[in-house]
Design a protein around this ligand. Sequence first.
Ligand code: COD
Ligand code: ATP
Length: 198
Amino acid sequence: MNIGLTGGIASGKSTVSQYLVKRGAVLIDADVISREMMMPGHPVLAAVVHTYGPSILNPDGTLNRKKLGGIIFSNPQERKVLEAITHPAIREEMQRRMAKFEADDPQRLVVADIPLLYESKLEDLYDEIMVVYVPRQIQLNRLMLRDNLNQQEAEDRLNAQMDIEVKREMADILIDNSLGIDETERQIDIFWRDKGLL
Ligand SMILES: CC(C)(COP(=O)(O)OP(=O)(O)OC[C@H]1O[C@@H](n2cnc3c(N)ncnc32)[C@H](O)[C@@H]1O)[C@@H](O)C(=O)NCCC(=O)NCCS
Ligand SMILES: Nc1ncnc2c1ncn2[C@@H]1O[C@H](COP(=O)(O)OP(=O)(O)OP(=O)(O)O)[C@@H](O)[C@H]1O
């Protein structure tokens, strides 16, 4: 079986996916694939440079992520332009890897970690959708702390995504990550047992 794993920025998707992997799942991570496509030499990065100009690169030719983030998270139009370049390529690679994993080992749970799963309307690609939820205030605090962002930068990032309360309503499987990691792991253990996973 497979699940799509989503939630809001800094709600705890990576924390949950790491634990699922520890339990035996295999993971496909949209953020990791997105970073691979932004490596020097990749055609997706070339298309981004074509659109935003060479000033979007660091002197060593790598992507200046802080700069591009500053552009797209403060301007929805710019974000759409970037997504039109990156999303089709990310989606295709995710699907390719999932098909391969499912063919190689049909018994194993495949987890696709996709921050923008609902925003991109990808629900139908997965058997079930797991949402990692925390209330907005906790999300904001954890994001500022982890990425060293000020309040405005963190709010821009949250506002670029669907409201986490809406995602919570849409979930097939809800993991509440507002308390300690132990409590989160306990909920995942229940999911694992209910699905009869080995
Ligand atoms: C703009 C970039 C360079 C900023 O890099 P940065 O290192 O600051 O962030 P990182 O890549 O680690 O992403 C962190 C989180 O931001 C959120 N996020 C990223 N892109 C978007 C977007 N277009 N819209 C809304 N949220 C986004 C996601 O929750 C993601 O998990 C980078 O996010 C990027 O290349 N984005 C475009 C690709 C994309 O849409 N990725 C989202 C997952 S498919
Ligand atoms: N239950 C928890 N209690 C306290 N801190 C937590 C908990 N779960 C996660 N965190 C912390 O919150 C931050 C965000 O978690 P994580 O990186 O797993 O989120 P994410 O949803 O994968 O983020 P992104 O959308 O940016 O990829 C991290 O610094 C993590 O260590």
